[in-house]
Design a protein around this ligand. Structure first.
Ligand SMILES: [Zn+2]
Length: 477
């Protein structure tokens, strides 16, 4: 390991209790997207107190911020998230038990996401000062990844324009910097307005908005046969009326449409909107179509992914105490083996069969999944269209842990999560050091990025006049 990387790793190790405390505090706060006021402040204050210039409330979101230190090129970005998920509150126990029933929980480990990035950012400043490394380091505090995709607004407003590369860490069940892409997505609400009437006495007078919602869903369900295999269409009915003896005058559905490329997505999305219009015509109701937001697919980067995998191996994956292993074994009992096997198979990791009997991933394999698409979506995708970008994962959870689950919440707040956080911070700092110090590597990453986006264009999926939906948690049904 180079002296710069040894220095940053030791510095993170010496200061780890401070970072674990911050991560645990964000875990306890479990604030929802766009209202992560205390969580974002914790991270922003820490960076400001350590000499960073912090711009808080960027891109129209009070909980979005950019912290900068250094001067000149290269400019390396590190991203952090800190939003929780609704209804997933959970204690730090190996059995399902909400901490506060019905409240949010960190079921995607974003308490670690934000803190690992911040710890790496602070370590980079210390290392650059100590070792005389030139360049600028920028930490992006990114709100609302889970619902309103804060990064897309930050990208649209130009905050990622001058980066040479960007790195992000996400808690997971594997140590992995893969080359997979994700699905582009559009999110929209369909409001139908009809006419109320007595459903028994005078239904002929009524025009049912719920009929329109149902007919739209039927139409879309028939559409499924005629879209590409990798597409995904899903919906909920948010509002379906009041009670059976009133013809519903208002009903609303919420749709996500996903596909590997934006043009494929647009084709399907336009068809879904046409079906909604057809449903309104069939029921003589009125349609209001509310576009909620969209995301691009992820552009992977092999050059940076290989650096990350290499740094993981040099730094060494975490070792666990007896107490941590005991907790891991207990929590693993709640995960059915068939579910674990399916998750491992789906990961397509070379030799995944060998992981079936393993509790925690303790390897750091070379990047894989080139040309594959995972069927989720992330706003890291939009950043990856601006600059060479990699989001890697470290093992926060036992193998087989489902995403967005109570098991994920529990593990993100205990020793397993803490070790993952510190390991990830060291890996991120080391990878940024590689990019700061080795111009050839950075050029290689940039050439690769240019090749991957060649002939394609990024246009923000969000219209210029659209503002982040800051009032979302106060809106009445
Ligand atoms: Zn997440």
């Amino acid at each position: 390991m180079s002296s710069e990387k040894s220095y940053s790793s030791s510095w993170i190790e010496e200061n780890k209790e401070r970072f674990i405390k911050i991560s645990d505090r964000i875990w306890e706060l479990a604030e929802l997207g766009l209202i992560e006021l205390k969580s974002s402040k914790l991270l922003a204050d820490e960076l400001r107190e350590n000499g960073f210039t912090v711009e808080l409330g960027v891109a129209g979101m009070p909980t979005a911020f950019v912290a900068t230190w250094g001067k000149g090129r290269p400019v390396i970005g590190i991203m952090g998230e800190y939003d929780a998920l609704p209804g997933l509150s959970q204690k730090k126990t190996s059995a399902k038990a909400p901490l506060v029933s019905g409240k949010p929980g960190h079921a995607c480990g974003h308490n670690i996401h934000g803190t690992s990035g911040m710890a790496a950012t602070l370590a980079l400043k210390k290392t650059m000062e100590k070792c005389g490394v030139e360049g600028t380091i920028r930490f992006f505090g990114c709100p609302a990844e889970e619902n309103f995709s804060g990064k897309v607004f930050m990208v649209r407003d130009g905050y990622f324009n001058d980066l040479d590369a960007a790195i992000s860490h996400h808690p997971g069940s594997m140590n992995a910097a893969t080359l997979k892409s994700t699905l582009a997505v559009n999110s929209a609400k369909f409001h139908f307005y009809g006419r109320a009437a007595h459903a028994g006495g005078s239904p002929d007078q009524g025009r049912s908005a719920l009929d329109a919602v149902e007919l739209m869903n039927v139409g879309v369900n028939f559409l499924r046969e005629h879209v590409i295999q990798d597409a995904r269409i899903h919906y909920t009915i948010e509002k379906g009326g009041e009670q059976p003896n009133i013809v519903p005058s208002y009903a609303r559905s919420w749709y996500y449409v996903r596909a590997p490329e934006r043009d494929q997505l647009q084709f399907i999305y336009d068809w879904v909107v046409d079906i909604a219009k057809g449903a309104a015509m069939m029921t003589r109701t009125e349609l209001k179509h509310e576009f909620m937001g969209g995301l691009y697919n992820v552009i992977p980067n092999r050059t940076i992914s290989e650096l990350i995998a290499g740094n993981m191996r040099v730094i060494g994956t975490p070792e666990y105490s007896d107490e941590e292993l005991k907790f891991a074994k207990e929590i693993a009992k709640s995960i059915p083996t068939d579910m674990k096997i399916e998750q491992l198979r789906k990961s397509t990791r070379p030799g995944w069969e060998k992981l079936i009997d393993k509790l925690i991933d303790d390897e750091a394999p070379d990047p894989w999944r080139e040309g594959e698409v995972s069927h989720g979506s992330t706003d890291v995708g939009d950043v990856s269209w601006q600059t060479p970008t990699v989001e890697f994962s470290t093992a926060t959870c036992v193998l087989g842990t489902p995403g967005h689950s109570w098991q994920f919440v529990a593990q993100s707040g205990v020793g397993l999560g803490h070790k993952s956080l510190i390991f990830a911070a060291k890996v991120m700092a080391a990878t940024a050091i590689d990019l700061f110090l080795n111009e050839n590597l950075l050029d290689k990453a940039k050439r690769e990025y240019k090749k991957r986006v060649e002939g394609k264009e990024y246009t923000s999926p969000i219209p210029p006049e659209t503002k982040p939906p800051l009032d979302i948690w106060n809106r009445s049904a």
